[in-house]
Design a protein around this ligand. Structure first.
Ligand SMILES: Cc1ncc(COP(=O)(O)O)c(C=O)c1O
Length: 433
């Protein structure tokens, strides 16, 4: 039986139980039925047969005795670290929590500037926005809709403290010029690798190149840890072990206070120490994550094949700008398929295409909008229209050119139908229909 690591009494006659109420066979059965749903006679027969066996476990099994931050979390971190090529992988509640650790390390304060791409999810900027930093929105590269390094260079000032490239849809950002700029100006780079677990940039795994990175294992990502989770990594020398403490309130067993088990020591940040938060993850999440990490390459390959199929089909019409499939240096995770059109050649913009696809029953969602258009940003004193003027590519691609298509969990027929629907819709637009 495991014990709470804070009170590790070892094998004793009267142990200190780590967890409160244990799960029983009935609970387990509910969990199985939740994860593997179904209906009809065949399903009912199968699930009833499972229940007949599972209920026997009540009498013959013992509970794990540890449900949070134990050996399963460690095993998941080891698997992720080996896969990525880092010994700092730390499993946290979500990518947003991982970003917070990096932001706290940087000692961000009100007035500091943080450069984020104009197109990403709000999670990228939530912490700096909350504490009154000035967010600076870099325009996007119209080909990838990722942060454009040339615009980052234009927007760096002596107040810039961090640059946050986001590998949108799992397509690697061109990191070399960004790392070079960061080095020159002593700026920290935090990779938002939420979509990019397994992507490669010039022979290295994305998420191991910046000073910090965080991956998301939220339910919609390529792999998940039961719906929520994140892996945070660092290249800051010596910060790997600190990251583990930054995840759980700064508990420090190396220098306990007098007559007590541990100390609480601050985490050493770039400029000054900071107080840790609590972003702990559970054993069951650790188990789920390790299982899925082990099949990540197969998942990427399945997605890659679907993307390749769509890109090949879309070559038939030069008004369609298909997803770039990468090359020796750039290997995406194909989290999303970036579909773009050239409005001049297509005879209309992507809003027309989106409507046509919806009418044909094809779900497509432009997953990310211009951050500076959100009310939360405006209410913090930002002028959306002024910012828009400094992000012309973002305005053009978002309103006129791109949407995202799904790549996973589709049958061959669905994939084919989706490709046909895109081709037919663009042909209709070209014919003025
Ligand atoms: C680009 C991007 N960054 C960050 C996140 C946040 O990830 P998490 O939900 O794990 O905090 C997401 C999640 O959707 C995302 O799409």
């Amino acid at each position: 039986m495991g014990t709470d690591f804070r009170y590790n009494t070892g094998a004793t006659r009267v142990p200190w139980a780590a967890v409160g109420e244990n799960y029983n066979a009935h609970d387990l059965m509910e969990i199985i039925a939740f994860l593997m749903q179904g209906e009809g006679k065949e399903y009912d027969d199968a699930i009833n047969a499972v229940w007949e066996q599972v209920k026997k476990l009540d009498k013959v099994s013992t509970p794990p005795g540890k449900l949070s931050l134990g050996s399963k979390v460690e095993a998941a971190e080891k698997a992720c670290g080996e896969y990525l090529g880092t010994d700092t992988a730390t499993f946290v509640t979500n990518a947003t929590a991982g970003f917070e650790i990096a932001y706290k390390y940087a000692n961000l304060k009100a007035g500091d500037e943080v450069i984020v791409p104009a197109i990403t999810f709000v999670a990228t900027m939530a912490y700096p926005l909350a504490i009154g930093c000035k967010l600076v929105f870099a325009d996007v590269d119209p080909k990838t809709i990722n942060m454009d390094p040339a615009d980052v260079a234009r927007k760096i000032t002596d107040k810039t403290k961090m640059i946050v490239p986001v590998h949108i849809g799992g397509y690697p950002v061109d990191l070399d010029p960004i790392m070079e700029l960061a080095k020159k100006h002593n700026i920290l780079v935090l990779e938002d690798a939420a979509h990019a677990f397994g992507a490669m940039y010039k022979g290295r795994k994305v998420g191991t190149i910046g000073d910090f990175a965080a991956f998301s294992m939220h339910e919609v990502k390529n792999i998940t840890s039961f719906g929520e989770g994140g892996i945070v990594t660092t290249n800051v020398p010596g910060f790997g072990p600190e990251m583990k403490r930054a995840r759980f309130l700064g508990l420090d067993f190396t220098c306990p206070i007098k007559d007590w088990l541990y100390n609480i020591t601050p985490i050493q940040g770039k400029e000054k120490p900071f107080v840790a938060g609590n972003y702990s993850t559970t054993e069951i999440q650790g188990l789920g994550l390790k299982l899925q990490v082990e099949r990540n390459e197969e998942i990427i390959e399945t997605r890659r094949k679907a993307a390749e199929y769509l890109t090949n089909r879309f070559a038939a019409n030069d008004a369609i700008i298909p997803q770039d499939l990468g090359n020796e240096n750039i290997k995406p995770t194909f989290h999303l398929y970036l579909l773009q059109i050239d409005p001049a050649k297509a005879g209309g913009d992507v809003q027309v295409l989106k409507k046509k696809l919806e009418e044909k029953g094809v779900t497509q969602i432009a997953h990310f909008g211009p951050l500076y258009r959100f009310k939360v940003v405006q209410d913090m004193g930002y002028d959306s229209d002024e910012i828009a003027k400094s992000c012309p590519n973002c305005e053009e691609v978002f309103y006129k050119r791109f949407t995202h298509l799904p790549l996973y969990g589709l049958s061959d027929e669905q994939l084919e139908y989706m490709a046909d629907a895109v081709l037919e819709s663009v042909a209709e637009m070209q014919a003025g229909k």
